[in-house]
Design a protein around this ligand. Structure first.
Ligand code: ASP
Length: 439
């Protein structure tokens, strides 16, 4: 029999109605055996996520404020769900224990993690599934890094004892037993960890959208959905700001070659987006899979005659940038020029020292900084097979009256990155999308 790991995000578990919807999705397919749950998300635009409320409690305790009234709102969220489901489940003892533990300073991550813990207890009870506490199967190292292999072994062992189970997302434990969370949205990573350990046939990630769109809907009107995307394409798109899935959640399933299916809890009839290991199994019908981008970049241009003939030139530049904690996001080079694209926020207040230091280590003829840039990534595994893609992209951009500041195409031919001025960003994205979708 097939085995699926299903993860439900906070918006899918925000209230009684959503719990019922989730339960019917799970019960509809017996392969959905392991469930990862987030904390209750927002019920309306103005509502608060339980995780945010728990962080607020933690901050209030630190500043010695009384949390009684505020904590009651969290208690109400859970008791409303339990009553609405008609469950015979007394959660008051747990809620009291958590409040006391927070007051006894059990840590910020402990506080934040309780949203997932409580929601998973309720969901397990409602489904009649076992409950596996993530603190016993997900581990971090002393330096705070996720301990992949120890986790995989422990998770594998534990799953053997459970035919069906609910596991809270977002957290695990440190070697000293204290609770540690992943970064925000980390339940996606937990789902991927469970899918790897269970050797699942599929990891379904249920959220409130029907997968990825080919472009940002705030820029392009009703962009087409992406039906299939490879892990590598997704890495490029999410680095450039295409949200929906935590970017680290690819890694555990990648080890086992398990596909991820993004699905919509409110529209279970939609197929969503399938994220697959490689393109061999899923040929792309479209030349480009998606267009994504971000503003807030600058370029450091370094010019020096015959720089290419100097051993260690690039290494000196990188070492200097490292010492100022500046990452090179993209690099373009000519015979006598080198352009480092960096995030403008990393340059803040450093330029007065950085430029003289770069001059000192490189003896460059000229160093200039250009700010106010946006990067656009045109991503598509179909680009390799089709001639003239770059020509189409650039004629679309120039047709829209946009000046290209820099181009970077990796040798994998999976992604072309284009730098434009921020004021041209939206126009360029629209032009590229229209060229490939409506052209
Ligand atoms: N509840 C956590 C957050 O709001 C983790 C998650 O939902 O994935 O970030």
């Amino acid at each position: 029999m097939q085995l699926k790991v299903v993860k439900f995000g906070g918006s899918s578990l925000s209230d009684t109605e959503h719990f019922k919807r989730v339960a019917s999705i799970i019960k509809e397919d017996p392969a959905r055996r392991y469930v990862v749950a987030s904390a209750p998300g927002k019920r309306t635009d103005t509502d608060e996520k339980v995780t945010d409320m728990l962080y607020t409690c933690y901050n209030m305790i630190r500043s010695r404020e009384d949390i009684t009234d505020y904590y009651q709102k969290i208690v109400d969220r859970y008791t409303d769900i339990i009553c609405g489901l008609g469950l015979d489940f007394d959660i008051m003892g747990e809620l009291e224990y958590i409040k006391n533990a927070m007051m006894a300073r059990s840590g910020r991550d402990f506080a934040a993690s309780r949203g997932e813990y409580l929601n998973s207890l309720i969901l397990a009870k409602y489904l009649g599934f076992d409950f596996i506490d993530a603190e016993n199967v997900i581990f971090f190292k002393d330096n705070g890094e996720f301990d992949e292999e120890k986790t995989n072994e422990a998770m594998k062992n534990e799953l053997k004892y459970h035919e069906r189970a609910v596991i809270p997302g977002f957290y695990g434990s440190m070697p000293n037993g204290t609770i540690k969370t992943f970064t925000r949205g980390g339940s996606d990573i937990t789902g991927s960890i469970v899918a790897r350990a269970a050797c699942a046939d599929l990891y379904e990630n249920w959220t409130d959208v029907s997968g990825f769109l080919m472009a940002d809907p705030r820029i392009v009107d009703s962009p087409l959905p992406i039906s299939t995307v490879t892990y590598r394409e997704l890495r490029e798109l999410s680095y450039m700001g295409a949200g929906v899935l935590h970017e680290d959640s690819i890694f555990p399933v990648q080890k086992e070659g398990i596909a991820i299916n993004i699905r919509n809890t409110n529209h279970p009839e939609d197929a969503g987006t399938l994220i697959v290991p490689n393109s061999h199994t899923h040929e792309s019908k479209q030349v480009i899979t998606g267009v994504a981008g971000k503003k807030g970049f600058s370029v450091i241009n370094i010019e020096k005659n015959r720089m290419g003939a100097e051993f260690g030139f690039a290494a000196r530049v990188f070492r200097c940038l490292d010492s100022y904690a500046i990452h090179t996001e993209h690099l373009a080079s000519g015979i006598d020029t080198m352009s480092h694209i960096v995030s403008t926020s990393e340059l803040n207040n450093k330029l007065d020292d950085l430029i003289p230091e770069l001059h000192r280590v490189t003896d460059a003829d000229n160093i200039t900084i250009d700010t106010g840039l946006a990067l656009i990534a045109v991503v598509g595994r179909g680009m390799r097979e089709s001639k003239g893609t770059a020509a189409r992209i650039f004629s679309a951009i120039s047709g829209a009256g946009v000046n290209v500041r820099m181009i970077d195409q990796g040798s994998s031919e999976l992604c072309i990155v284009i730098a434009v001025y921020e004021s041209d960003y939206e126009r360029a994205v629209k032009a590229i999308y229209n060229e490939f979708v409506n052209g």
